[in-house]
Design a protein around this ligand. Structure first.
Ligand code: NI
Length: 184
């Protein structure tokens, strides 16, 4: 296991459209090891998600985990999930807003409105076809992660640029009553 280096905004890998994972590659020890390294990296930085391009691999793979995280106690827990070649369908016209953060954009938070309910079709780490429906915070985490696979960062989708702030100022000037935080 090893902790991987996280690409920061400005690194071209974050702006590439990632390529699909080949199904025959999924069960190889190298690929499984890479998934484990991503999990360890996400835990190290206390993220709720991580996409492969953030650790310099431009492939369609992302992980999420919303549990045992002191920063998100109030959110419904979602155990560790591995998404390979995810395809998202929006299920709701309504949007919900969350203050997002990103390990690739350290020190900042931004308010983003996204569809509040989505369905994801994907392969799990055993290569099995799965589906997941997520709403609220989970829907936002899923969309944030899968945006990474298309070369997008949350700052591209801000409600407006006055809602991009440093973490310290966020804590000082923005209440958390209406919106939750997201770090991935
Ligand atoms: Ni991110």
């Amino acid at each position: 296991m090893s902790i991987l280096k996280v690409a920061r905004m400005g690194h071209p890998v974050l702006r590439q459209v990632a390529v699909p994972v080949k199904e025959k590659e999924i069960k190889t020890p190298e690929f499984q090891q890479f998934i484990d390294d991503m999990i360890e990296t996400m835990h190290e930085y206390e993220g709720v998600g991580l996409a492969a391009p953030q650790v310099h691999r431009s492939i369609r793979l992302a992980i999420i985990e919303i549990q045992d995280n002191p920063r998100y106690k109030e959110e419904d827990p979602i155990g560790l999930q591995v998404f390979i070649n995810p395809e998202v369908t929006v299920l709701s016209d309504k949007k919900s807003s969350y203050w997002e953060g990103c390990l690739s954009v350290p020190g900042l938070r931004g308010l983003v409105a996204r569809p509040e309910k989505v369905k994801v079709k994907y392969l799990d780490r055993d290569g099995k076809a799965k589906e997941l429906v997520g709403d609220g915070f989970l829907a936002t985490v899923l969309q944030h992660e899968f945006d990474h696979l298309n070369g997008k960062l949350y700052i591209d989708s801000l409600v407006d640029t006055t809602k991009l702030v440093f973490e310290q100022e966020f804590d000082r000037y923005f209440t958390k009553d209406e919106n939750e935080e997201l770090d991935d």
